[in-house]
Design a protein around this ligand. Structure first.
Ligand code: GLN
Length: 200
């Protein structure tokens, strides 16, 4: 059966959105930069990239994308946040109660949580849902998840710290698979988007 064409948006206000677009291209999927509410209407799923979470959320508010993304999330559109994107999606940001956020994922996150001295590192991360082989993952001033609500599934931990979660149509990861050549997590998200599109 032919696969239905889908378009996956990548929020392109700040951060490493271009790397995600390259990943989508390698997955054989149409990616599109999203900077406006109108562009958001034209996509079937959205990736919120890594970067600086305070900047990303401020720009989202400025362009009305915070409300628009909340609305699409409530309608079931799949959203995948990486690193800063995970922080933006979280319900709670430890130590930063004033930092605006989307509050979609029922988790608390701690920013820069692996310590400033270990700014960035690369590991092979076991993610059983993606198969036996661990996933190559790059952590850059990464957060991790310190609390998960009842609806949240834990998909990966690193040294006992939760670094990948899913809550129905929402996926959040502390690390950057888009800086490796391991396509599996993007493929997994693309399948979430296809499954959602089929229900439309
Ligand atoms: N430390 C950044 C923040 O708090 C996230 C870093 C990243 O996205 N690589 O927004």
């Amino acid at each position: 059966m032919e696969k239905e064409a889908i378009t996956v948006g990548v929020l392109a206000l700040q951060g490493d959105f271009e790397a995600h677009l390259r990943m989508l291209q390698q997955c054989g999927v149409q990616g599109r930069e999203v900077r406006t509410v109108q562009q958001l209407r034209e996509v079937d799923g959205l990736i919120i990239p890594g970067g600086e979470s305070t900047t990303i959320i401020k720009l989202m508010q400025r362009y009305g994308l915070d409300e628009a993304v909340r609305q699409r999330a409530a309608e079931g559109m799949p959203i995948y946040g990486t690193c800063a994107g995970l922080i933006v999606m979280a319900r709670e940001i430890e130590g930063y109660p004033q930092q605006p956020r989307l509050g979609l994922l029922d988790v608390a996150v701690a920013r820069n949580a692996f310590g400033r001295q270990v700014d960035s590192f690369e590991v092979d991360l076991p993610v059983p849902r993606l198969g036996e082989h661990p996933l190559r993952a790059v952590f850059i001033r990464a957060p991790y998840v310190t609390r998960t609500g009842e609806q949240v599934e834990i998909l990966a931990k690193l040294d006992g710290k939760v670094v990948l979660v899913q809550q129905a149509n929402l996926l959040g990861g502390a690390f950057h698979p888009e800086l490796t050549d391991d396509l599996r997590l993007h493929r997994y998200f693309v399948e979430m988007v296809r499954a959602h599109r089929k229900q439309q």
